[in-house]
Design a binder for this molecule. Sequence first.
Ligand code: GLC
Ligand code: GLC
Length: 820
Amino acid sequence: MDNKRYGHFDDQHREYVITDPKTPWPWINYLGNEDFFSLISNTAGGYSFYKDAKFRRITRYRYNNVPMDNGGRYFYINDNGTVWNPGWKPCKTPLDFYECRHGMSYTRITGRKNGVEASVLFFVPLKTWAEVQKLTLTNQSKEVKKLKLFSFEEWCLWNAATDMENFQRNFSTGEVEIEGSTIYHKTEYRERRNHYAYYHVNTEIQGYDTDRETFVGLYNEFANPDAVMEGKPRNSHAHGWSPIASHYIEVELQPGESRDLIFLLGYVENEQDKKFAAPQVINKDKAHATIEKLNTTEKVDKAFAELCQYWDALLNIYKVHTGNDKLDRMVNIWNQYQCMVTFNFSRSASFFESGVGRGMGFRDSNQDLVGFVHQIPPRARQRIIDIASTQFPDGGCYHQYQPLTKRGNNDIGGGFNDDPCWLIFGTVAYIKETGDFSILDEMVPFDNQPGSEVTLFEHLKVSMDHVIKNLGPHMLPLIGRADWNDCLNLNCFSWDPNESFQTTENKSEGSKAESLMIAGLFVVTAKEYVELCKKLSENSKNSEYSEEAKRMQVAIDAMIAAVKKDGWDGEWYLRAYDFFGNKIGSHECEEAKIFIESQGWCTMAQIGAEDGMVAKALDSCKKYLECEHGMVLNNPAFTKYIYEYGEISSYPEGYKENAGIFCHNNPWVIIGECIAGRGNDAWSHYAKILPSYVEEKYQTLHKVEPYVNCQMVAGKDAAKPGEGKNSWLTGTAAWMWLTVSQYILGVKPQYDGLQIDPCLPTTAKEYTIQRKFRDAEYTITVKNPDGKESGVKQMIVDGKPIDGNIIPYSAGKHAVEVTM
Ligand code: GLC
Ligand code: GLC
């Protein structure tokens, strides 16, 4: 097998270093932490946006194009007729040296050609609505170099969806202003928009271009723009068509001399009454202010140092030292980094998610925040409130909402019956991390309607009720439009290829379609809810909470009984009942006899553990689902479209929801293994989808970024097993984090303190964890002299043995010794 490597980890700098620009697929990174965001590939492709990749796209990008990864922030260097880019693309002039370092919210791309080095540091400073591009040019040759430098950005006309289609309008609306070394993009500012963008450089320029065709030449490409090739800017002023921003700068460098140029791509919003400085002239005050803050190397270096400190602090909250570099780097760096990214972007913008399709998912965001909550709890808190505000009074929920407006997305609507449970999942994780019960008293509306506010606790209650009130003939949860598996559309019945399985009318009236995945999810989350109610009753001495706990316990017991009676297939849990009440995921079925989701959730819920069901189900996962690259979603794959099942059977064998390795759900089984105390099995499943292990073996086959998880790896029935797709934005990040931090390494936040309950491979002998938790800081050493898989024998906190395995919370520094 082709085992070529394109890069390697640099743990000390927390970077992935790419040494060959021709990676098997663009390998990207994310810049920005709160409002202003950018995607950047290893050849400087990608785009920027403010908050919302659909409604506030700042620069243009072309998905799925030829050549691949088209559009970005490009620097062209014309060195006496040789034209090249530091990131190799778009000119693709062979470089003497190339390197891309993707780090924590920054990327540094360096190229060298004919004795000139160009190194660009890209990042978004904290609390700033701009991307900094610090370009350092160095003359490493023995001659004087006279370089002609061109920068390049292409503006998007704000709404990324209409930008791609409404050309009859778009080609007439584009407007720019040029002031000194700053090019302003102000399309539609004259009417309803109060925002503009700008591209600045901190030096005098010798020319510019703002009209794409004038700069590039109608029959040229980004690889050979007329202006660059001739070394002559056109000083064009865009009126309609496609506005761009390009600076032209002449740079003379003595041998050994080096020069920094700071480029700034920024975004501004003005108050309605302060939009204009003069008729037709935009008010540039805020742009000037941001430029002023970042117009020297010193200021930029300081902003960069602040960003690095920010990440130091975030990554100091949970740190492990096991001595296994492959594990340590994922836990300490990349898994946590990916959790921040999924928290920020949900499933909206990646190189597989176009930024126009989906906003924030109700279920997705609740899961993402569980991977993020230890990093910045106040942001997770706000997210919970935002999500809950899109719930309906009956507990159902909008499936998605737009980050800019925070409104539920009407195009897709609701009716995904797993959604409500995830709100409990997210909220409980937040309270356990922070101890902040006050979130439950927050007044939160339904469907964002003023006047409909109830407490967040009330939202949790209606969430649980939504499941209980929507049970089917076997007393199992009705699936609705779909459960976690968006493609198991049991009430859809579509023969029209133009219908979306996701949005087409749902014929759930009279449906018997029930989900075992929701059954397991309900038991897990309802147990959390019961524990929460008991805690609230203890805290408040209010008997209503203990009554509520009792009420829900009855529902849990009933659900467990229903699963044991009608949800067990003999060797594993069934997946579902279809519209007509027929079994799905049973040995009686022709194809797809077993599915992963119900195994994961029912084993996490421990349903029937006492009767051996959990162990059998976990064994069946190993026997039927596991392969070289992880566990597939179902087995065998569907080989034909089944009208009653919907999208799941629309995919070719081994891809996506049809027997792909949908990484997101592997951790469910792994956690099931951990709860069952089977450390060796848990570890072997985990290592199969751990990026650092994949990185070592399969860079070429896997294709996508080797430093993060992807949503899907082609399964054993696929034409190319092991090929990865849909990198970055996947619930896998949060679940991998939960798995390793809380279940394998076993440090679990609880209401009263940190619980230590590792589940290890027998080869693990010792490791240390630094964990900040609320106002405390723990150094936890776990020793496993006898090679146990689970079970804590003894715990010593600050020199004193304690009963049980929960470190009672108290502020300050503590040393904990754990023996398995
Ligand atoms: C996608 C969706 C997620 C869904 C999963 C399985 O990742 O974002 O909501 O659960 O696919 O269909
Ligand atoms: C597709 C995908 C699924 C995703 C859904 C969201 O069906 O297969 O993974 O969750 O679209 O719209």
